[in-house]
Design a protein around this ligand. Structure first.
Ligand code: GDG
Length: 488
């Protein structure tokens, strides 16, 4: 836990809470995803702050317009800590969020170079000015002993912008997506500025060791003699400071998922689902509808499975939950069409009577709503083309009833570096995925329990709260070593 003397200041693009003005006052809802739940206790206990984008201008749920309409005491009672919204112009949202962040950095860091749109001349200036606005907010509201924790690829320039004004600020940055190797990273026209931006931090965190190694390599190749990279200690000497780089794998709130999975109706609902689909076996995929998640390839692998193992027609169905995401970005609209077309062609070719090989839901599910689907599934097919970690893989393992169920996992995910008992697949190898499905539904119960039991134990042994604690502890350890080095 944080020392009582320091406040935690979280900086993220996404707001921790959604707010809405209702006739009864302000309705506040915690945003989905483990990050808010994990950081909330720490920020609250340290009397900290959360700096985030204010949300879409003119929308009823825009943070600033709701907060500005409240008295100070009303605003204070709304959230467990102070939330400081950053206002961005429409142009910045288009070219920073939908532009540089999600049309350049997101595809590139997921190794999909041909998806990058490098020629939007407003993208980089907007990314720069949006990062400046986040940094200004932090500079205006932070105190010298605060631990400022910046999150993700949207805000890579923020650490150095803060440091430029507050030389002794205490700053950490965590990257939630993969960090690519230099051969991929070097495509970025602004590769040097981004590295300098991140190096404004004292501590830099990634999910797994391979991303740490890639980052160290990129720092060395981009900044040449300006830096000294020590691979043994995973530290970088730059501009008279030492920056520590760590692997710190994010996880989930295990107690919450264990409790949700034991929910009153989960088991009955899961039986009802299988009955409704009228099948013996059910597989599941849960993803944001993002081209990095490998959904089209997954559907093709399922088609191949039924061609290769036709005895499972009418006996197995695959359920895909795809939640809408970044719908303003053209590539995502294209993906939606591609998913619809692929699904239509597979289902129309293979369907028999009322049986469909793939059932597809294009909408958002809450965690409660996901539970019966997890519990009903004989296997979960998580096959991103690349993924920083993938939390759905961990959620599935805690929801399997009696440790029965098989996790089929892409070797291109961060999760695959720790969840070694999963059945590993290459998401580009359709045949290996089809065979993995067969392996899963014919796997003896004893082997399922052995694999799933080991996966569950590991997840329970390092939760999202341990992730927060590890990051903060590494921060303090690094500071202590730096102090000792100065004294010696
Ligand atoms: C990024 C990185 C990294 C709830 N309803 C739905 C749904 N949820 C929840 C899931 C899970 C979360 O959303 C999705 O987390 P993931 O980790 O799978 O993926 P990203 O959103 O891409 O997250 C990723 C993560 O940051 C944390 O660092 O692991 O690599 O890309 O909790 O239960 N998810 C979907 N549909 C719903 O209806 N897809």
């Amino acid at each position: 836990m944080a020392s009582t003397k320091e406040r935690i200041v979280v900086v993220s693009n996404r707001e921790p809470y959604s707010v809405k003005l209702t006739l009864d006052g302000v309705a506040v809802q915690k945003n989905a995803g483990g990050l808010v739940s994990a950081l909330e206790p720490m920020v609250k206990q340290s009397n900290g702050l959360w700096v985030c984008w204010e949300g879409e201008a003119g929308s009823k749920s825009q943070l600033s317009s709701v907060i500005n309409g409240l008295s100070q005491s009303e605003a204070e009672s709304c959230f467990p800590f102070a939330v400081l919204p950053v206002a961005l112009t429409d142009d910045e949202i288009n070219h920073y969020y939908n532009g540089y962040a999600n049309r350049v950095l997101w595809p590139l860091f997921h190794y999909l170079v041909s998806y990058c749109v490098f020629w939007d001349e407003k993208a980089w200036p907007s990314y720069y000015s949006a990062n400046e606005k986040f940094a200004e907010k932090v500079i205006a509201h932070s105190q010298s002993n605060d631990l400022i924790w910046v999150h993700d690829y949207h805000l890579m320039l923020v650490p150095s912008m803060i440091r430029g004004e507050k030389h002794h600020a205490r700053i950490g940055w965590f990257c939630h997506i993969p960090f690519p190797n230099y051969e991929i990273y070097r495509h970025l026209p602004n590769r040097v500025e981004l590295i300098r931006g991140v190096l404004g931090s004292d501590l830099v965190g990634f999910h797994v060791p391979s991303y740490v190694n890639h980052f160290l390599e990129c720092v060395e190749r981009c900044l040449l003699e300006e830096v000294v990279v020590d691979r043994n200690t995973s530290t970088i000497s730059y501009e008279g400071r030492t920056i520590k780089v760590i692997a710190c794998p994010i996880s989930i709130d295990a107690d919450q998922f264990n409790a949700l999975s034991l929910g009153e109706d989960v088991y009955e609902d899961s039986l009802a689902l299988k009955k409704a689909f009228n099948v013996e076996f059910m597989g599941l995929g849960v993803d944001r509808l993002d081209y990095t998640k490998g959904i089209v390839e997954r559907f093709k692998a399922i088609e191949l499975f039924f061609d290769k193992y036709p005895q499972y027609k009418t006996k197995m169905t695959f359920v895909q939950i795809g939640s809408p995401t970044r719908t303003d970005v053209p590539m995502y609209k294209k993906l939606k069409d591609e998913v619809d077309l692929t699904l239509g062609s597979i289902n129309s070719r293979l369907a028999e009577g009322s049986w469909m090989p793939i059932q597809y839901f294009y909408r958002k599910f809450t965690h409660e709503q996901l539970m019966p689907y997890f519990a009903a599934s004989d296997f979960c097919l998580i096959t991103p083309l690349r993924d920083g970690m993938n939390l759905v893989a961990k959620e599935y393992c805690l929801t399997c009833k009696d440790d029965l169920g098989v996790l089929i996992l892409s070797e291109m995910t961060g999760a695959s570096e720790e969840m070694t008992e999963a059945v590993m697949v290459n998401p580009y190898d359709l045949e290996s995925m089809a065979d993995a499905i067969h392996q899963a539904i014919t796997m003896p119960a004893s082997e399922q329990r052995q694999r799933m039991g080991a996966l569950r134990e590991r997840i329970e042994g390092f939760t999202v709260f341990d992730w927060v604690d590890q990051f903060i502890k590494e921060f303090h350890d690094h500071e202590r070593l730096n102090r000792e080095a100065v004294l010696s």
